[in-house]
Design a protein around this ligand. Structure first.
Ligand SMILES: [Zn+2]
Length: 229
């Protein structure tokens, strides 16, 4: 498989299709699709770290539904990203680094590991209305976590995952009452990161997020392929 030594960072509103694009990029360029949430969960239950007081403290926060300590998250993500780069692999992030605190520390690390020309930033452009509508209809597979692209699926009442036939579920995160909060959080916390990146002279590739995901991906590949040439 082709493996490129690059970092791809994809931003956009919740429901803009970041996760799908990240997984397409991971396949096409042989990148590690880094999910901070999954990574942290794997730490809470890592048998080698169960005696670590930091892990105990942070796992408790997580289990109580509270936010983890930013410095802890940053240190763990940085460690994981260094390990990925050390293996000669590239990485793709969707929606993270999520806060200015993380961005100010993680972006320079990515640039030092992959060089400025090896780090690609994207913004998936969809309207707030699209984002809310897509999110409220979103179903995921409980087994393989594949998202169901209901709009392109020949059933009005889909029950089974098209990948593994597992049961579909709706995340509490995608509840009608929670989505506006996520959009607000995005506008307040993540949007300033794009401004910060522009100020530092990074190019943000704005991509229309409305077409079918495979078409969006054609658009996303262009700047990456040009940069690799
Ligand atoms: Zn599945």
């Amino acid at each position: 498989m082709r493996t490129e030594n690059i970092a791809v960072v994809i931003y956009g509103l919740p429901g803009s299709g970041k996760g799908t694009q990240a997984s397409l990029a991971a396949h096409a360029y042989g990148l590690v699709n880094f999910d901070t949430g999954h990574h942290l969960e794997s730490l809470w239950y890592d048998p080698k770290r169960q005696k670590d007081p930091l892990i105990k403290r942070e796992r408790k926060l997580f289990e109580e539904g509270k936010l983890n300590t930013p410095s802890f998250v940053l240190a763990e993500v940085s460690k994981a990203v260094r390990a990925i780069a050390k293996k000669g692999l590239g990485v793709v992030f969707s929606g993270s680094p999520r806060t200015m605190y993380e961005a100010e520390r993680l972006i320079p690390l990515l640039v030092s590991l992959y060089k400025k020309k090896g780090v690609f930033f994207f913004f998936l452009d969809v309207t707030q209305k699209d984002a809310i509508e897509r999110n409220s209809k979103r179903r995921l597979c409980a087994i393989c976590k594949a998202p169901l692209l209901a709009k392109y699926y020949p059933s009005t009442k889909p029950k089974f995952c098209p990948v593994c036939a597992g049961p579909l579920y709706k995340r509490t995160l995608d509840d009608k009452t929670i989505i506006p909060k996520r959009v607000k959080e995005y506008n307040e916390r993540t949007a300033p990161i794009l401004k910060y990146l522009k100020k530092l002279g990074y190019r943000i590739n704005k991509v229309d997020g409305r077409p079918e995901p495979f078409k969006v991906f054609q658009l996303l590949k262009k700047p990456v392929n040009n940069g690799l040439r």
